[in-house]
Design a protein. Sequence first.
Length: 268
Amino acid sequence: MPLCHYSQCQFLIDMTVQSTRPPTPEPIARQLRQEASFGCCRCGHPIFQYHHIVPYEEDPHFRPEDMMIFCPNCHDMATKGAMPIQEQRRYKARPYNIRRGFAAGFLRIYGNALRVGLGSNVFIGGGAIIQVDEEPLVSLGLNEQGGVDLDVKLRDEQDSLILSIERNEWLSGDVKPWDISASYQKLIIRKKRGSISLGIDVRKSPMQLRAEFWKSGHLISISPSTIRVNRKPAVLTIRGSTFVRRGISLQTKPNLEISVGTSAEVPK
C-alpha cells in the first residue's frame, strides 16, 4: 500500500491565527471530510486540519468550495506559500484517498463493530475508553464510512496539555516536539526523544492501541500486554479483560479511585 508522502511532520502553526478564528462549522467540516475521504487531500494522512484556499485573514469565510483538509505538514506548506493555490485546487479536485479508492480513509476497519485492543484487554463499542477526573483522554468512534474517528488528549508530567485531537482534527498549537508517521491502516505519534505517545494499528481485529497518558500526576500506560496505572509501584494492572461499552475511569481527588463504568458517547 502507498505510504503517506510526508510521514514525518515537524512544523509550527501560527497560534495567533488559531486563537482568533472561530471553529469550522460542523456541516462544513463534515462536507470537507467526506469529499476528501477522511484524509489529507495531498497525502491521505488521517490526522488533518481545515485549510482555507482563499485565506481567512483576507476574506473571513467558511465556503466549502474554497476550503479543504490537509495534514498539518501539508497545511504548513500551503500557508507558508510553498504550495501555489492552483496546486491546492488540483488536490481538492482529486484528493489522495479518492484517487486510491480509500473510501473511509487510512484508518478503515472491517465490519461494523468497533473492537479495540489495549494490551490483552478488549473494548467493544465506541466512546470514552479512558477518562481521568471526568476528562476523556482517548475516545474512539466510527465515521459513516467505517473509518475510525479519534479523540485524544496528551499531557505532560506537569499536567499541561501538549496535544489535542478531536475527530481526527489536530488542534494543538505547537507540533514541533512530535514525529508523526502514517501508512494505510496504521498511525504512530512519537515525541522526538523516541517514545511512542500514541499508536493505532487497524490491520487486525481488534484494532490495537498503544499510548502513554499523564493526568494529575498519574501515568496510564498501554503496552502490548497490559494497562498499567503508574509504574513504581503500579496502582493497578489490567490484563485479559473484556469491556462492552464500558471504559476505565480514574478519580484522583481526594484519593486515587479507579472504576469501570459505561463509556460516554463520542459527540457527533
